[in-house]
Design a binder for this molecule. Structure first.
Ligand SMILES: *[C@@H]1O[C@H](CO)[C@@H](O)[C@H](O)[C@H]1NC(C)=O
Length: 145
């Protein structure tokens, strides 16, 4: 028993508790640009819904999952852009807090997905890269006239 009570083990458990506590009380923006244009670009967070993800029910297919992320998903379907922000449950160290990823890609369908692990991180910054791309595309179209 004594060997369980050494300092590194205690430090480990304290840091683990800290992590779990932090991960289970993340705040995220929760909105859909289809219903509220302020959710899109330009992102206007002033009066948008902020949710404490731990007060939300976990999704049906992940009943035991704890919220640990905020997500931003940008869907561009036949040129119609919709941005959805909300809580996330499945962590992936390879992509969380990394630049947004283009998850699906065909001629007419683009989905850009980002996940991040700090309170209210699914803000405008999350899709800056794709906003920049949109500006470049827009300028190209204007200049091509
Ligand atoms: C979110 O809700 C949980 C559970 O009630 C609470 O422990 C936590 O402090 C809340 N987080 C914030 C930032 O309000």
């Amino acid at each position: 028993m004594k060997s369980f009570l050494n300092v590194p083990v205690i430090v480990y458990f304290i840091s683990l508790m800290g992590f779990v506590k932090q991960a289970s009380s993340i705040l995220c923006y929760d909105c859909n640009s289809l219903f509220d244009p302020r959710c899109g670009t330009p992102f206007d967070p002033f009066s948008l819904g902020v949710v404490n993800c731990s007060l939300r029910d976990a999704p049906d297919h992940l009943p035991d999952a704890l919220p640990a992320l905020c997500r931003t998903m940008k869907m561009d379907i036949y040129g119609k852009v919709r941005i959805v922000r909300g809580c996330g449950y499945i962590t992936d160290p390879a992509s969380d807090d990394q630049p947004c990823q283009r998850k699906a890609n065909s001629d007419q369908l683009f989905i850009t997905y980002c996940s991040c692990t700090t309170d209210l991180c699914n803000n405008a910054r999350a899709i800056q890269g794709s906003a920049l791309a949109a500006i470049v595309v827009g300028l190209t179209l204007i200049l091509a006239r």
